[in-house]
Design a protein around this ligand. Structure first.
Ligand SMILES: Cc1ncc(C[n+]2csc(CCOP(=O)(O)OP(=O)(O)O)c2C)c(N)n1
Length: 354
């Protein structure tokens, strides 16, 4: 691992793949050719899902949507290090992580179509619902990790948040708790350089997010977040350590939000196109393709097939979403309280009698 002094503090920095797709073999995580292809296929599926979601929002077929574009490596690489029994705490930009973590695609479209049933986790995997309030998922994840320790389970929590969220009390409370109780929680910051229109430079006076770990006695590392091998390696080591009782880790993935903040935003109003173009050259999908080409893991026919398969899956899942039965209107009465209060019972009776 390279120690890099960034500003006043020394933090570890990890990059395995350079921008041309050359790997530092000494740092390369243990992955078979099949696993590398699986990571690639997952990233293409996420991007295809994401592009479709964006265009469906423009067509009025889903509601507001927050694009993943540019952050696929940070999300897919991180969750690849988890076991199904581990706990994932996603934020609103974590559609890629959820897809890679077996959340059925049509359910994700359902959620973005405004139907909360889309967030129900499949039975065999522990996905928490998406948090829309900035940062509130961080103490939840740390709390779940604490519970795992108290129950003597070897389950790890992993939580995603942006660099903007690290300015919130939720982050600091969670970091302190994680450090004091040495909980098995991996805190993954997707530093995509912008919190809506607030650039990282004025978000925090810290040169890195990783150094914020120092104050709490939590291991902090910065990785090239557009390098899927660096992300996977750092998270896998942190997950293994956490599972072995060695406590939490803060992992800062340096990445970039290629799209607008959300479908209600226009980033051209506050950031230059040159910056976006520069980051587009660091595209995580492009970088992995370059590596795979060099290793003879990818040729044009395979690439075409992967994209075709992804498009076919997305179209099938969109159809499933659009044909999904509407929720029962009685559910609004049934699922708000564990037990209906008297007043609601009366309203429910009135509702049933039309
Ligand atoms: C508690 C709370 N305050 C404000 C907002 C409005 N808001 C939505 S996203 C966002 C910026 C968050 O930026 P960052 O944490 O860097 O994540 P990113 O959106 O870049 O992935 C804000 C202020 C919110 N959703 N929740």
């Amino acid at each position: 691992m390279v120690k890099k002094v960034i500003g006043k503090f020394e933090v570890e920095y990890l990059q395995v793949l350079d921008e041309e797709g050359n790997a530092d073999e000494a740092l390369m995580p243990k992955l078979t050719g099949r696993q590398i292809k699986e990571l690639y296929e997952n990233m293409i599926l996420v991007r295809t899902f994401d592009d479709k979601a964006f265009s469906m929002q423009r067509q009025g077929r889903i509601g507001s949507y927050l694009q993943v574009k540019g952050q696929e490596a940070a999300q897919v690489g991180s969750v690849y290090a988890l076991q199904d029994k581990d706990w994932l705490f996603p934020m609103y930009r974590s559609s890629g992580a959820l897809l890679a973590r077996k959340q059925p695609m049509h359910l994700l479209y359902l959620y973005w179509g405004g139907d909360e049933r889309g967030l129900k986790s499949p039975e065999n995997v522990n996905n928490f619902p998406i948090a829309i309030p900035v940062g509130t998922q961080i103490p939840h994840a740390v709390g779940a990790a604490w519970a795992s320790n108290l129950l003597g389970k070897k389950e790890v929590s992993l939580v995603f948040f942006g660099e903007g969220a690290t300015s919130k009390a939720d982050f600091h409370t969670a970091m302190n708790f994680a450090g004091v109780y040495q909980v098995p929680c991996i805190l993954v910051c997707e530093n995509n350089q912008w919190a809506i229109s607030v650039p990282r430079k004025i978000q925090t006076h810290s040169e890195t997010i990783a150094q914020k770990g120092i104050a709490y006695g939590v291991k902090g590392i910065q990785v090239d977040g557009n390098d899927i091998f660096a992300v996977y390696k750092a998270v896998k080591e942190a997950v293994d350590d956490a599972r072995a009782g060695k406590g939490p880790a803060l992992i800062e993935c340096m990445t970039y939000r290629i799209g607008d903040h959300s479908t209600s935003d226009d980033a051209k109003k506050y950031r230059g196109e040159k910056e976006v173009e520069e980051w587009a050259k660091k595209d995580p999908v492009l970088r992995l393709e370059r590596y795979m080409k060099k290793k003879k893991l990818l040729d044009e026919a395979y690439k075409k097939k992967v994209l075709e398969n992804a498009k076919e899956t997305v179209e099938k899942e969109v159809k499933k979403y659009e044909e999904y039965p509407a929720p029962d209107r009685e559910d609004i009465f049934k699922y708000t309280f564990a037990e209906m209060p008297q007043q609601l019972k009366e309203q429910f009776e009135e509702f049933k009698n039309g």
